[in-house]
Write a protein that binds this ligand. Structure first.
Ligand code: G4P
Length: 528
């Protein structure tokens, strides 16, 4: 197979959801369809239970699971499908944001009863930044939930994306009868069967067909006819170009647990989801078809086991063919590197690979060279764009508890923040260090790792900050602003100026009083 065929064959995507909406269950059903696993229950949830926060070995075990399931690949209808897994626990949301920079599309799972939830909103914000195409799966129709029209309205309003249902539920909860496929007028009747693999569709040709009354009962048939009429009146026909531009999300209804409604979504996904697309860099756009290999690191996973200090860096291949044992240029440091044991991932295992193609993810053993966002090329010096840091949500000041070990502490903080575990902000004068994270759990992970891996002891003192905002704009105005608020100005690791706003109100006032300064909630501006 040539490069063009390899690229056309690949669909690399992520499944995103608020915890408990059904991401793990859906992932597993997709793998079952792909024949990548044989039995339900084979995919372990990568959720880190809150009760495990003080038990680090438990966290590590859970993190271990999440490495094994970082990328799950399977073949379906001659396509190679790569699912990039995203951590379920909200404290690791930053990992999820980064992973989303490496996908070409996403499937968003929403619980029919709960609708749009906090994490759904945030994750979609990240997708919107990159115009990532989205397919929505409304899950748990075997339970009572919101009216499907209300769900669509909520999705549109809250997520700022147009929707177009492609399947439509017939009742729900204990009266759930199945779904009607709007594009080919067929019925998929619901059976509460967790082991069923392939769906059986009944074609009724036309919604007015009297057979429909016989099959689902007169009342449900009439309701369905009304709903379909309304859908056809309100929604434009599905336009795949709008989907590709991230403006329109096709919506499917079903029950992942019962493997119901999943197949029609997967079949549509295989048809419409984009293959690897061109990627922007600081100097030019990279086309997947270019013969030279390029790729970037979007995730680094460290081993907490002190006997195995290696880290695994995850490379998304963007162009050309990645080859084992070939020398590549690490663009940031200008170093040549080669990898003797790069591996790719199957559903629940990994294997050393000779070649990988655009859209694939390769696991590289790393001894501390990589940083999130780093590029590998065949000689060209370039930086990939669109791998931003997001404003952390919790901030603490690092206090060194052992003055003899300040070097170790500095090194530890630097390396852990390179991995993307947290963000480090430094204030001058004074070298005051503030660590920002997305979730409480990360402070505990950092403290544990500083102690066990770097032999450094630190305490994290509360500091009252609400958001970190990267500042750009009129330099003179920025300088005046810094003089006015020196205690809230810090620099990130790349020496960018950051304003730490103590409250939402203060941030709002700062924006209003300083129209010549732009306050960015992600570091994207510097690369995008
Ligand atoms: P997540 O990865 O998005 O966090 O969700 P996960 O798949 O783990 O699902 C969360 C819970 O919702 C699980 O129940 C799962 O069985 C259930 N679930 C998923 N899909 C459906 C569905 O279509 N219908 C119904 N009724 N339930 C569904 P749990 O009790 O938390 O876990 P478990 O003990 O069943 O694994």
């Amino acid at each position: 197979m040539n490069l063009e065929q390899e690229i056309a064959k690949r669909k690399t995507f992520g499944i995103i959801s608020h915890p408990d909406a059904g991401k793990t269950t859906l992932t597993e059903k997709l793998l079952l369809f792909g024949g990548a696993i044989q039995t339900a229950g084979a995919v372990k949830s990568n959720k880190i239970k809150k009760s495990a926060t003080s038990d680090f070995m438990e966290i590590e075990k859970q993190r271990g699971i999440s490495v094994a399931t970082s990328v799950m690949s399977f073949e379906y209808q001659d396509k190679k499908i790569n699912i990039l897994d995203t951590p379920g626990h909200k404290d690791f949301a930053e990992d999820t944001y980064r992973t989303l920079t490496a996908v070409d599309s996403v499937i968003l799972v929403v619980d029919v009863a709960k609708g749009v939830e906090a994490q759904t909103r945030k994750l979609m914000q990240v997708c919107r930044m990159r115009n990532t195409p989205v397919i929505i799966f409304v899950n748990k129709l075997d339970r009572e939930g919101q009216d499907p029209f209300d769900i669509l309205e909520e999705l549109e309003q809250e997520l700022q994306i147009s929707t177009r249902p492609l399947s439509w539920p017939i009742n729900m909860g204990s009266r759930f009868k199945g779904v009607y496929l709007l594009h080919d007028n067929s019925l998929n009747l619901f059976e509460a069967d967790k082991t069923k693999k392939a769906a059986e569709y009944i074609n009724i040709n036309d919604i007015t067909n009297p057979d429909l009354d016989m099959i689902i009962g007169e009342a449900d048939a009439n309701k369905l006819r009304e709903d379909v009429e309304l859908i056809q009146g309100v929604f434009e026909p599905f336009d795949v170009n709008l989907y590709e531009d991230g403006l329109l999300a096709p919506v499917f209804f079903g029950s992942a647990l019962n493997n119901f409604g999943v197949q029609e979504m997967l079949d549509t996904f295989v048809k419409i989801a984009p293959s690897p697309k061109p990627r922007p860099t600081d100097i030019r756009e990279i086309e997947p078809m270019e013969s030279k290999m390029t790729g970037f690191i979007f995730k680094i996973h460290a081993n907490l086991d002190p006997n195995h200090r290696d880290r695994i860096a995850f490379l998304r291949v963007c162009s050309g063919t990645f080859e084992r044992n070939k020398f590549y240029l690490h663009s940031r440091t200008n170093k040549k590197m080669r990898f003797s044991n790069p591996y790719t991932f199957l559903a629940d295992s990994k294997e050393v690979t000779q070649f990988a193609y655009p859209g694939d993810v390769v696991g590289l053993y790393d001894t501390g060279n990589f940083k999130i966002g780093d590029g590998l090329t065949e000689g060209e010096k370039l930086e990939f764009k669109g791998i931003p840091s997001f404003s952390p949500e919790l901030f603490r000041e690092v206090v060194n508890m052992d003055p003899m070990k300040s070097k170790q502490l500095e090194k530890g903080l630097n390396q852990l923040t390179d991995e993307g575990v947290a963000q480090l902000f430094t204030q001058q004068p004074g070298n005051r260090k503030i660590v920002g994270v997305v979730g409480e759990l990360q402070f505990e992970v950092i403290q544990y790792r500083l102690e066990h891996e770097y032999n450094a002891k630190a305490r994290f003192d509360s500091v009252n900050y609400h958001k970190a905002c990267w500042m750009t704009g009129n330099l003179q105005k920025i300088e005046e602003f810094i003089k006015y608020k020196p205690q809230d100005i810090v620099k990130d690791k790349d020496e960018n100026l950051v304003f730490l706003a103590q409250t939402a109100y203060i941030l709002q006032m700062a924006k209003a009083n300083n129209p010549d300064i732009e306050f960015h909630e992600t570091s994207e501006f510097k690369v995008g």
